[in-house]
Design a binder for this molecule. Structure first.
Ligand SMILES: [Zn+2]
Ligand SMILES: [Zn+2]
Length: 414
């Protein structure tokens, strides 16, 4: 029988596993430095929660969710993104009381039924952070700066940050109206756009077929109310102060309905300039929408797979330092148990204080030649040999595999 990983999923091993670990570790360090706390939520939630938060008429909810019924006919969905689950947890546990700073991060698997392509999977990993209970533009700016820091920790520095404001409940309806009016007079809209015109006019700006060939599109920035304008100005001012480069992109909308005011995307030529490797924005109504108190919020997420693609293309993995590999060998079978105990000891305590090592061997029942062949195959840098004459003097041989030099050293000095 030939079993394969389901279409759109992938096994993570070797360099990718190393890279993923490193990305997660660096992101965690950055989040903690910025005062964020980790939250882990379940991988599935009531399906209705996502429809409510992301929006019934979005691609994610309409076409891409993995929805299933459990044995009691309850309808669940594998989480398609992290923001909604975290918001649900925030409301359920009144986390504004237990963690008054209201800064949280998450990392984990997300699921969307999409057409698989480079860096896009049906099971993928996102790393994200959210700031609740702050409507200050400083929170928007900090979130955008965080996204940039996470990327540059993997040497992804050539990025373009696109920002836009989607306005608020007061001013957005006028923009919506202007969009509908504008697009109603456009002939030959694609099928998708005809639907959007009725259900979700903002997404018309997202269409790769129609909106790019049109000129003089209405711009949200022309419709912003006084408060939204001030807010957006302040976000830009703070970003400039913190030397964070960005471009204002009036066409930027996101595929989720919950966004208000600031939205942003980080793009990198390394993975195709159209695709975002990080994105986020403000969503001041979501918490209330799912049953919480009125709580402004802003956040972002990076797609780990796409970030790793970008990291690979800037050569990040070539500079990775891996632990020193050490092989414990025996010249004589009678030393197996001694060598075994020694390998256990250095694995635990390190060797001469160095714990950044990977220890292999000893192998029972193989000639020294065969053991050395194996050591070569796995590219070890040192072989420690237990041999009769030396061992009787309390010593072992150390073979440097690069220059082939051999030295003796007292066992109790290792
Ligand atoms: Zn407004
Ligand atoms: Zn279209």
């Amino acid at each position: 029988m030939n079993y394969k990983a389901p279409r759109g999923t992938h096994d993570i091993f070797g360099e990718t596993a190393l890279g993923l670990n490193l990305l997660e570790q660096k992101a965690k360090e950055i989040f903690i430095r910025h005062g964020f706390e980790e939250v882990r939520t379940p991988m599935f939630e009531e399906a209705a929660l996502f429809a409510r938060s992301i929006g019934q008429a979005t691609d994610i909810v309409e076409k891409e969710m993995y929805v299933f019924e459990d044995k009691k006919k309850r309808k669940f969905a594998l989480r398609p993104e992290g923001t909604t689950s975290l918001a649900r947890a925030f409301v359920e546990h009144r986390m504004d009381i237990s963690s008054p700073a209201c800064k949280f991060f998450y990392l984990g698997e997300m699921f969307r039924y999409e057409r698989p392509q480079a860096g896009r999977y049906r099971q993928f990993r996102q790393i994200g952070a959210e700031i609740y209970a702050s409507s200050s533009p400083a929170a928007d700016a900090e979130i955008i700066i965080l996204a940039r820091e996470v990327l540059s920790s993997l040497d992804i520095d050539k990025i373009n940050i696109h920002i836009n404001s989607l306005g608020c409940g007061k001013c957005r309806p006028f923009f919506r109206e202007a969009l509908v009016e504008y697009f109603s007079s456009v002939e030959d809209l694609c099928e998708e756009c005809l639907r959007r015109l009725e259900k979700n006019p903002l997404r018309l700006l997202d269409c790769k077929i129609d909106s790019c060939k049109l000129t003089d599109l209405p711009k949200m920035l022309d419709y912003l109310c006084h408060d939204c304008k001030d807010n957006f100005y302040m976000v830009q001012f703070l970003l400039k102060k913190a030397s964070c480069n960005f471009t204002v992109n009036g066409k930027l909308v996101r595929g989720l309905d919950y966004y208000t005011r600031t939205v942003f995307e980080v793009r990198s030529d390394a993975v195709g300039s159209q695709d975002a490797i990080a994105a986020g924005g403000r969503y001041d109504n979501l918490i209330k929408e799912i049953g919480g108190q009125n709580t402004p919020a802003v956040g972002f997420a990076v797609g780990a797979e796409r970030v790793l693609l970008a990291a690979q293309s800037v050569g990040f993995f070539k500079n990775l330092k891996s632990p020193e590999k050490i092989f414990v060998a025996i010249a004589d079978q009678e030393f197996f148990s001694e060598a075994f105990a020694f390998a256990v000891k250095i694995t635990r305590d390190g060797i001469n204080g160095n714990k950044d090592i990977s220890v292999f061997g000893p192998i029972n029942g193989k000639s020294l030649t065969n053991q050395l062949k194996f050591a070569n195959k796995i590219h070890v840098s040192k072989v420690i040999v237990f041999a009769k004459t030396e061992f009787e003097n309390g010593k072992v041989l150390i073979k440097n595999m690069k220059d082939k030099k051999q030295t003796e050293i007292e066992l109790n000095k290792l």
